[in-house]
Design a protein around this ligand. Structure first.
Ligand code: BTX
Length: 325
């Protein structure tokens, strides 16, 4: 009920909406409306109440609660089950637990703050309180484990599309899992799996998106390489609204991929990617390769043409751009 009240207040924006109209929309008494308004005020919302005009939202605490997410959510299953925490080491941990306990596909775990946010290969992901999205999404795809890397590219598409829709900011994708604005990292993706050799039980898709940080909020070693939506855009952004839009995009592209295969996602990814057509250095766990990024295969593997004309298949690497074509 509270999520629906929040949605009504968000929708009426800077206008007042009468207690009667809210009670009609929600099918509850005006006293019940008033009680819910009081509850929201206790949670930090500032809601103006003026006789004969009604209610108007003045300030929201910009929190990532199930009510806030639900107020914006326009999906069938994604984000319909929310586990939200104030503080965790990493949202991946409770998400793995929930997945083992049969959490349905689309369940998300979110936290205001991560103390030990995880990047790839044991690297840290800086996840300060109340500023970004630190989220793990549980998927249960029917395809074999070998196809799971495609989900990294799908996740990048969903985040880029979601952010573009809400903020109009030009988010680019860098193969395989970085999202950039003006060449600086705005988000990262970490895909983990619970599987047998030939069957996926669950994929835990972790993504972190920098939203309202100031430049000085980043640790010194990443200050020159990281950015947030607030730095790149104008003012603060609503985190729940961003998450809801990302989940909407995710659900759309995910079910399209299950029905039509990877083709449409790959096409969208290539349209948003900055890596293709650039001279790059790819640092894999075994070797470093230099050459021209030619494209991605139908499985999302990066094709690198080395100086002697050989095509290398890159499954996982850190990519650095050398120079433009
Ligand atoms: P990655 O290994 O590609 O990126 C990690 C690297 O990015 C770090 O070594 C550092 O250089 C830089 N970095 C660290 N924090 C930030 C930041 N906030 N913004 C920009 N650059 C940063 C990317 O790994 C995968 C990140 C996934 C994070 C999500 S958050 C929710 C879920 N829970 C969790 O513990 N991890 C995932």
């Amino acid at each position: 009920m509270r999520d629906k009240l929040l949605a009504i207040l968000h929708d009426s924006g800077s206008s007042y909406i009468s207690g009667q109209e809210i009670s009609d929309k929600l099918g509850i008494s005006r006293t019940a409306v008033w009680k819910h308004i009081e509850e929201l005020r206790k949670k930090g919302y500032k809601i103006n109440a003026v006789t004969k005009k009604g209610y108007k939202m003045e300030y929201t605490p910009n929190s990532i609660t199930a009510d806030e997410i639900n107020a914006y959510l326009d999906t069938k299953t994604f984000g319909r089950v929310v586990h939200s925490f104030d503080q965790v080491n990493s949202t991946q941990i409770p998400a793995h637990e929930a997945a083992r306990e049969d959490a349905p596909e689309g369940t998300i775990v979110v936290a205001e703050e991560q103390l030990k946010g995880k990047g790839r290969m044991g690297r840290p992901f800086h996840s300060p309180k109340g500023t970004g999205l630190w989220c793990s999404l549980i998927l249960r795809p029917s395809f074999p484990p070998q196809q799971a890397p495609q989900l990294t590219l799908l996740t990048a598409v969903a985040i880029a599309e979601g952010v573009r829709k809400v903020t109009d900011l030009p988010v680019d994708i860098k193969w395989p899992n970085d999202l950039l604005i003006a060449d600086k990292k705005i988000a990262g993706i970490l895909i983990e799996m619970q599987s047998d050799p030939d069957e996926i039980h669950a994929v835990i898709v972790g993504f972190g998106l920098n939203i309202n940080q100031k430049q000085e909020d980043f640790p010194e070693d990443i200050q020159s390489r990281a950015t947030s939506l607030a730095i790149a855009g104008a003012g603060q952004y609503n985190r729940a609204q961003l998450l809801a839009e990302i989940l909407k995009q995710y659900e759309y592209w995910y079910f399209r991929m299950l029905e039509e295969g990877f083709g449409p996602v790959r096409e969208k990814w290539e349209a948003l990617a900055v890596t293709i057509g650039k001279y790059i250095t790819a640092v894999t766990t075994r070797k470093t390769l230099c050459g021209l990024a030619r494209g991605i295969t139908k499985d999302g593997v990066l094709l690198l043409e080395t100086e002697d004309g050989k095509i290398e298949y890159i499954y996982s690497a850190d990519i650095h751009e050398q120079r433009s074509t």
